[in-house]
Design a protein around this ligand. Structure first.
Ligand code: ACO
Length: 709
């Protein structure tokens, strides 16, 4: 399913030996000047060629009127001239043999000019010259001292790659990372993503870049959601990916769509898709960077046991609450905790080892050092959280020094985060720690939330290591398509119930025994085969609401009842809609009432088929207790769906009721996910209700709508 396009030229965006700036300017304040200035001041070591029609020299570098006049080879061209001149200049780049490019210029797809934007893609393909943009602020890659952007000049080098779809926000966040001491390996503005977007950058460079440990995406919309998911998953197993996705509200989504010209898709589905592919979705920029700090500087935890070391009971309680909120487990072996921490050089006799380990307000700098050392040395503790409340008896700077020593000494062998709460001196301490690559925060909740993000990523990797690769289910695709073709031949896209149920039967799903009959005699004959009690339903594409038309009779217990019901339903249907095209009547075995659940499918414009599962009947509308997954997915994922609804206890046998057959539910959801992934014709599908019996799951009603061809 994964489609990978290889762009060998992309590495030159990050590691160019020579750069041309088309539209370089000698006038400070102009974009063409600022890019030149940043390239020079960030210390780029290769050749730099400003291209300008009038100037002789810009910032000490000899100017050329055209890229064709440049004597040497060019690895990377930055284009910053008005939109109408861009195609010609870009074509010249291709002719010159430029290996990669960044088109800064705005005024293409985002304002509706897709024609010119597509032309740029054609040029790029013709000359094998991948490009980022248009409508971007450039690129930064710290390891090669490359700042080819018109953002801030002094980006702090680090291990996080930041890919942003938004220009202005990207520049603002660049500045923010500097103030907040967040190190970046690279910043890539992707703008309209005409050719190169986040997926291409991940696959072609960042995945294997030793200088990048984690990736942060600012996304407004993905272009090929399904393929992006596959790439995120593949890359995310090696390096954590954090996503900041705007457009959570409906109005926000509309604004995002008009901002970048991309399909924003349904936000709910984005959350699901991110989760399925292991991407950590942050709610805002501050959370995203908090997580990034922890994730880039820490190893994967080797176990669940977290210990909190604090000098304040209150913050300890706050952190404990946060651990519960974020599903972190506090190490709870009281004997061992006492053995490790109940020592005179760590805490006074009135300290507590209960975890939070409270060294009390009397605990000094050395007590912190010893406690941290003990936690690092214990094989039973897997992650360390340190909390520090400023006191007059302690020196935050000294604590910072001890923390740096201890973390360095133990070579990052387990995750470590620290939160400092206090005044200016604590702010300085936090900065110092962050500058020394130790994730430090100003609130305990931020430290805990960040550590939990690391755990979530680690769990995702662990689960994937365990999962045995499942082969796609072998479904009788040809037979299914034959049924669909018959429906299409009649010019219909709405399948009738018996047609949908035939497809379900072919897939191995459980449907009540049924037959389509055309006379009272046939009804009587088939009734014996399907078994009493019976339900009989009208089959007509012209009668959607069968019950309203008197087209459904339940609880028929004998042959006479079957014959009479046939006549009655026919009379009702004819009275309801005299010209209705009646195909017959379904005679089906009536399954005993059971817990009703629903399995539904819709197609998302970005992600394709999405499967929904939840409690059925009236609860669907009222409770909205449903979960979604992008199809196809594994059986394990189907199980997570069943376990993911709030009403799960009802399925597992609440208050003495019999538990439902969970395996049968999992199978049904899994098979449906495979069916809609293998058969593109299916646009929507509903099994409502699906009876969750104590043995088996039965699709009592079925609806399939085909796509318009
Ligand atoms: N070859 C060489 N030089 C050229 C050419 C050419 N074909 N065409 C123009 N130039 C020169 C110009 O003479 C000028 O030089 P000068 O300053 O010495 O006069 C320079 O290149 C730039 O051209 P201008 O016509 O002055 O264009 P200007 O700099 O005003 O605008 C720009 C160009 C910046 C690309 C503009 O069209 C644009 O798109 N701006 C928006 C960029 C943007 O916002 N990107 C989006 C992401 S960032 C964000 O959202 C904040």
């Amino acid at each position: 399913m994964l489609k990978i396009t290889k762009y060998p030229g992309l590495k030159y965006l990050f590691k160019p030996r020579s750069i041309a700036v088309i539209g370089a300017s000698a006038k400070p304040g102009k974009i063409g000047y600022e890019i030149m200035d940043n390239i020079l001041s960030y210390g780029f070591k290769g050749e730099l060629y400003p291209i300008n029609l009038k100037e002789v020299e810009i910032l000490g570098k000899k100017c050329y009127k055209s890229i064709n006049d440049v004597p040497g080879e060019i690895d990377f061209a930055i284009i910053s001239i008005p939109a109408k001149y861009v195609p010609e200049a870009f074509e010249d780049c291709g002719k010159k043999g430029v290996k990669s490019a960044a088109i800064i210029t705005s005024g293409f797809g985002e304002v509706g000019d897709f024609e010119t934007e597509n032309k740029l893609v054609e040029i790029a393909q013709k000359y094998n010259m991948p490009f980022i943009g248009p409508n971007i602020f450039g690129i930064v890659y710290a390891p090669t001292n490359l700042n080819a952007s018109f953002g801030p000049a002094d980006v702090k080098p680090g291990k996080l790659a930041f890919i942003t779809q938004s220009g202005a926000l990207g520049i603002a966040l660049m500045g923010w990372t500097i103030t907040n001491k967040i190190g970046l390996s690279s910043i890539i503005s992707v703008g309209n993503k005409a050719q190169i977007g986040e997926s291409e950058l991940l696959e072609n460079f960042l995945k294997d870049d030793p200088n990048t440990k984690a990736i942060l995406l600012y996304v407004e919309g993905l272009i090929d959601g399904r393929n992006s998911m596959a790439i995120f998953k593949e890359v995310g197993l090696k390096k954590p990916i954090i996503a900041l996705k705007s457009g959570r509200s409906q109005r926000g989504a509309a604004a995002a769509a008009s901002h970048t010209g991309s399909l924003a898709g349904s936000d709910n589905i984005y959350s699901t898709a991110f989760k399925q592919s292991g991407v950590l979705r942050a709610i805002d920029a501050s959370e995203a960077f908090d997580w990034a700090r922890c994730i880039t500087e820490n190893p994967r935890p080797k176990g669940k046991n977290v210990v909190i070391i604090t000098n304040g009971g209150g913050v300890g309680v706050m952190a404990t609450d946060a651990c519960e909120d974020y599903n972190l487990e506090l190490y709870n072996d009281q004997e061992k905790l006492k053995e490790l921490f109940f020592k005179p050089d760590i805490m006074p006799p009135f300290g507590s080892t209960k975890n939070p380990v409270d060294i009390t307000g009397q605990g000094g700098e050395l007590a912190y050092k010893k406690a941290i050392e003990a936690a690092f040395d214990s094989k039973d503790i897997h992650s360390i959280v340190v909390l520090y409340c400023q006191t007059a008896t302690t020196n935050p700077d000294l604590i910072a020094n001890y923390v740096i020593d201890e973390v360095r000494k133990h070579q990052n062998k387990k995750p470590f985060v620290i939160a400092g709460i206090g005044g200016e001196a604590v702010e300085v301490m936090i900065d110092k720690l962050n500058e020394n690559q130790i994730p430090a925060y100003d609130l305990p909740e931020k430290a805990i939330s960040s550590l939990s993000a690391l755990y979530r990523w680690s769990d995702f990797v662990e689960q994937n290591e365990k999962i045995v690769k499942e082969k796609p289910l072998k479904l009788p695709v040809e037979k299914i398509k034959a049924i669909i073709n018959e429906v299409r031949k009649e010019g219909r896209i709405q399948m009738l119930e018996h047609e949908a149920k035939e497809i379900f039967k072919l897939c191995g799903l459980n449907v009540p025994p049924f037959a389509l009959v055309h006379s009272p005699e046939e009804a009587a004959e088939k009734a014996k085969e399907v078994g009493f009690p019976l339900v009989m339903k009208i089959v007509s594409e012209d009668i959607i609401h069968k019950s309203d038309a008197g087209g459904v009779i339940l609880g028929i217990n004998d042959i006479i009842g079957a014959e009479e019901s046939f006549i009655k339903i026919m009379q009702n249907a004819k009275a309801y809609k005299p010209d209705a095209n009646i195909r017959g009547i379904i005679v089906a075995n009536m399954v005993p009432k059971s817990t009703e659940v629903i399995v539904g499918v819709s197609r998302d414009p970005t992600f394709g088929p999405v499967v929904m599962f939840g409690l059925g009947g009236i609860y669907v509308e009222i409770m909205k207790d449903v979960v979604f997954r992008v199809a196809p997915f594994s059986r394990e994922e189907a199980r997570k769906m069943v376990d993911g609804i709030k009403s799960k206890p009802m399925l597992y046998g609440a208050r003495g009721s019999k538990p439902s057959d969970i395996e049968a539910l999992v199978d049904t959801i899994h098979i449906i996910s495979q069916l809609v992934s293998q058969i593109d014709d299916i646009k929507e599908l509903d099994i409502n209700p699906l009876f969750a019996m104590d043995s088996g799951a039965v699709a009592v009603d079925a609806r399939i709508t085909l796509s318009e061809k």
